[in-house]
Design a protein around this ligand. Sequence first.
Ligand code: UD1
Ligand code: CA
Length: 482
Amino acid sequence: MMKTNREQKIAVIILAAGLGKRMKSPLPKVLHPVGGQPLLFHILDRVCEVTPQSSVALVVGHGREEVETQVRAHSRYASLDLHFIHQAEQKGTGHAARCAMDSAWGEKIARAKTPVLVLPGDLPLIPSRLVEQIIEPLHRMAGLRLLTTELQNPTGYGRVVRKGKQGPVLRIAEERDANLREKEIREVATSIYVFNSAFLKAGLQRISNKNAQGEYYLTDLIAQAARAKKRVEVLTWGESGDLRGVNDPWELAEAGRTLNEKQVCHWARQGVRFIDPSSTWIDVSVELSEEVVVYPGVFLQGSTKIARGVTIGPNVVLSNMVIGERAVIKAGTVGEGSEIGADAQVGPYAHLRPGSQVGERAKIGNFVELKKSRIGSDTSIAHLSYVGDAQVGSGVNIGCGFVTCNFDGRVVEGQRKHQTIIEDGVFLGSDCQTVAPIRIGKGAYIASGSTITENVEPEALAIARAKQVNKPGYAKKLREKS
Ligand code: UD1
Ligand code: CA
């Protein structure tokens, strides 16, 4: 897919220990979801794409157990040689990098003279080609390569101070330390660098925290390199939007919008027709196909996969769903962790709870809820029903208002719910209930209004309701009484 740079060895430090005070949330910043996954995963994905074999030090602090658990739980990151480095106290980006370089991991990297790519955990929009370019081999006289960009509004970012207007870089002035003239500079540091590892390791021992925030700034290494007459290479990135960081909930929302726009644009170019791109939300992990039509207000989430020719009506939410070719999902339907077969019709306002499977050409109509149930092909459950823990065969017709009574209030050997089996070709009239565990044999016919508590053998007719009594003239008598 992407061009990779496998020949060159590179080590990676990802700075992900900060709490992110400005997020005003106890959740560590790098775990805040955007585009359907934690902020940090976007950076890890780029690293996986470009240098899948690299050795990665992930500096963690705030909520580190949670961060570690989530990263380790992801099979996608298994190819990376991942090391979690604990930064117990958040004393700044320079201190975070030092924790990595002073660890056994850092010793090894420095001994091997492997260049070190530093990435922050809070830049979810960087493209793979940016990573490819920044990791091009450094000149042997260079201390580092610095990635910069120009911002219309550079507030909050470290400013790149140069000798003269276009001269070599002298240092980075952080927002809170910058004087008025420096604040006017629009070229900013992005927290992305490649360091010569010897320079990085030695330089980090020398930085101080005598600045406005009392922090150890990684950006101080630029002044150090300039003073030591080490070359500071600069890569200037034209698309500043790629480098927008996430520091507060508003920036998170903006990053989410940008990621979404990229996804919608990508799938539109693959042949998906969106009626209203701005109101459609697609996680980065979702897959669509040609000739799919998506109406406004749709959310496609998680591992959802949509096959060719599917129509997704307005305000549909699909999470971890697999949808077969030409299926039609009508307005207001919510589906989670389930499968819908080819040419099936679902909704409007259907609810598929996890573990359900809808067969080919089946019809699940309005206000039908399925849970852990398999519905065979050509089966119809068209109106107002609850089907839970059921195996329903093919060619079954279920009338309006059917309920599988699957819970009797007891838990037996850890099992709470009972199974309902409805074999092929069964006809259930309207307003029936079946009390599980129960089996309705192939081709059986259940009369409307029945509450079925006993198994029904194949081809039988079951009627389970009070017999009707008609009393002639009785209505009139009742009226006269009152
Ligand atoms: C940093 C840069 C700034 C640059 C900006 C670009 C410094 C001093 N400043 O500022 O020049 O313009 O990024 O986005 O480097 N972190 C730790 N441990 C710490 C502190 C931070 O791991 O002790 C991590 C954070 O989790 C975050 C990253 O480092 O992922 C950047 O930290 P943040 O506080 O967001 O730095 P900025 O103020 O944005
Ligand atoms: Ca930041």
